[in-house]
Design a protein around this ligand. Structure first.
Ligand code: ADP
Ligand code: MG
Length: 615
């Protein structure tokens, strides 16, 4: 049989290698920034267009390359950083594998410009899919500029595999964060589609963290500092009360390199044991320095995972260092997060049954919307309630524990009179509604008893409102007397910007979007100016958590998030008209029976069920 083994041509080998090094535009960003740092640059500029799909460019003022080196840099296994395998165990640079530029050049259009300090002129090389298309002498400042255009132009499958621009930009910003946090002594700037996203000046670590994540971060940081023979730990952990639902702000740097380590992450979490609210994650920015001989970073092509010689000791040291600073700064042991469960019960109503309740009933007061819009709104909800009366039954069908026959029995006593579940005048006569533990609204219905979860019910109502506003009709906005200025970090601004259009449709009016400031001149009627910032923060948090891909889910996410932050909470006391109003609005919803997160909004306990319990 003939021989069948062949050596792969270089450009094919490069493409295959590229698959490991370059997964997405963010990988290019990482490699180029690292090269600039290795070249001892003091100022580095990152430019991206279309989430890096059309352009990723890094311009540095580092050492530059000679003409020969510039040409060689695109060859596979070409590196100036190690000479033999031993060097691998004494690494002080980011790169060493010598495959990044070769890989990138295999799958994109690359333009390199570079000049060394003492040379008069520099060189420009253009490469497309591993082929050099031109090489020229040029005038250019000291340093290097690498522009990577049309990534994956020759691998359509990879290109199609890329996520939406929002997601890819997010990855790039994550990568940028990791690098700028590891190198606060370098000036970094970043431009996204022509506008400046970051401009970070040389500073210390704390200042850099604050510059990246916004001014509010400063008060959240607790310093960690521990010096031992094997390990030097410094940096910060976030105070537990600021812990977020996302894992976003968790950074480990080992010898100035960002790394991922589930094991060490566990060490930190265990230091926070018992002092974090459930479902939240501590943020941390920890810088570890170890002898390079005791680690191996060669195990992964993107170099984000490393092997430590003595992981167990590291774990213990890290855990105790974090515990120590939490204790020192009086943070642990802390606060009882479960305090204040409001046990108010409506039992007082029992005594009022027969008489007119001495509650002042303001029939025009609507708790869920701004007073100014209240009147119209109340009228319209009643119309809605009538029009959507059948919707009472929608959703019930999906519940297996109700038989078809039950539906006919789900009748509210006063339905035929007013189209409202409640008889307009009934509250004054007999009490049919009451609030249980400031959490449930209990109503008498023909077949028995309806128990509505107030928070979930209101979420459903708001969710459908917002969805409708975003997708169908213009929302009502309330003009603010004084425009509201809110501060956000650059990342948060980017997220808000991507949602701007939809937010405007819900009633937000943005009068300015500048640097880290957002100015609002109007907000939806359901939002009060006091909680605007909370609402937007929650939204950003939700978006970060979810990284939605399509516009549809983005809209859905927005509606869900707003509904969640604005819905009346468990523990909030409601007047009887408020309770009735909420229940009526719930049953005017398209899908009254479930909350936006698919949990039941109400249950029905029939008289039969009750009877059975008394047998
Ligand atoms: P590695 O970084 O692993 O050495 P790369 O493919 O990233 O491999 O780069 C190859 C070589 O090109 C580097 O070793 C370095 O000598 C040179 N080089 C790359 N980028 C720059 C830059 N921005 N400034 C100076 N030299 C660079
Ligand atoms: Mg490199």
């Amino acid at each position: 049989m003939a021989d069948i083994i062949q050596l792969l041509p270089d450009h094919v080998a490069n493409q295959i290698a590229a698959g490991e090094v370059v997964q997405r535009p963010a990988s290019v960003v990482k490699e180029l920034l690292e090269n600039a740092i290795d070249a001892e640059a003091t100022t580095i500029k990152l430019i991206i267009k279309d989430a890096g799909k059309t352009l990723v460019q890094v311009i540095d003022d580092g050492n530059g390359m000679s003409v020969t080196d510039a040409r060689l840099s695109f060859e596979r296994h070409s590196t100036s950083k190690i000479r033999n395998a031993e060097d691998l165990f004494n690494l002080h640079t980011k790169g060493f594998r010598g495959e990044a530029l070769a890989s990138i050049a295999a799958i994109a259009h690359v333009e390199l410009k570079t000049k060394q300090e003492l040379d008069d002129i520099g060189v420009q090389i253009k490469i497309e899919g591993s082929e050099v298309v031109s090489q020229e002498v040029i005038v250019t400042p000291k340093g290097t500029s690498v522009a990577v255009k049309n990534l994956f132009f020759n691998i359509p499958a990879r290109r199609n595999f890329l996520k939406s621009n929002t997601v890819e930009t997010r990855h790039i910003i994550d990568e940028f964060h990791r690098i700028v946090l590891a190198h606060p002594d370098i000036n970094f700037s970043m431009y996204n589609n022509g506008s400046e996203l970051f401009n970070l000046f040389e500073s210390n670590r704390r200042q850099r963290i604050v510059a990246v994540f916004g001014g509010k971060t400063n008060e959240k940081l607790v310093p960690v500092d521990e010096n031992t023979e094997v390990l030097k730990i410094s940096g910060f952990v976030g105070k537990p009360e600021f812990a977020k639902k996302t894992r976003g702000e968790q950074f480990f740097f080992v010898n100035h390199r960002f790394i991922k380590s589930a094991y060490l992450n566990h060490a930190i979490n265990s230091a926070f044991d018992g002092i974090l609210r459930e479902g939240t994650h501590a943020s941390y920015f920890l810088y570890l320095e170890v002898d390079p001989k005791t680690i191996d970073i060669n195990i992964h092509p993107t170099k984000t995972e490393i092997k430590f010689e003595d992981e167990h000791t590291l774990y213990a040291l890290l855990r105790s260092a974090v515990k120590h600073s939490l204790g020192q700064f009086n943070i642990a042991p802390v606060l009882d997060f479960n305090s204040n469960t409001n046990m108010d019960t409506p039992y007082g109503y029992k005594n009022k049954e027969a008489t007119n309740p001495n509650i002042e009933v303001d029939r025009n007061f609507n708790p869920f919307i701004d007073e100014r819009a209240s009147k119209n709104f109340q009228q319209s909800y009643k119309k809605e309630a009538v029009a959507n009366w059948e919707s009472l039954y929608i959703g019930l069908e999906s519940k297996s524990n109700f038989t078809q026959q039950d539906f006919s029995e789900v009748q509210f006593e006063s339905e035929e009179v007013t189209g409202s579940i409640f008889d307009e005048n009934s509250t004054e006569k007999t009490q049919k509604t009451f609030q249980l533990h400031n959490k449930y609204i209990v109503n008498t219905i023909k077949s028995g008893m309806l128990v509505v979860n107030q928070n979930r019910a209101h979420q459903r109502v708001l969710y459908e409102d917002f969805l409708q506003h975003i997708t169908v009709k213009e929302a009502v906005s309330q003009q603010l007397l004084f425009p509201l200025q809110l501060e956000f970090s650059n990342t948060e601004i980017t997220i808000l910007q991507s949602l701007k259009e939809q937010l405007e449709q819900t009633g937000f009016v943005f009068s300015k979007f500048k640097d880290s400031t957002v100015e609002l001149s109007g907000v939806p009627v359901s939002v009060s100016d006091a909680n605007v910032s909370l609402v937007l923060e929650q939204l950003i948090n939700d978006v970060e958590n979810e990284v939605p891909d399509s516009n549809f889910s983005q809209t859905d996410l927005l509606a869900k998030s707003l509904a969640k932050s604005l819905a009346i909470k468990t523990g909030q006391q409601l007047t009887i008209p408020e309770q009735e109003h909420l229940v009526n609005r719930l049953f005017a919803c398209k899908e009254a029976s479930i909350s936006p997160t698919n949990k039941p909004t109400f249950i029905i306990i029939s008289v039969d069920d009750l009877d059975k319990k008394f047998m």
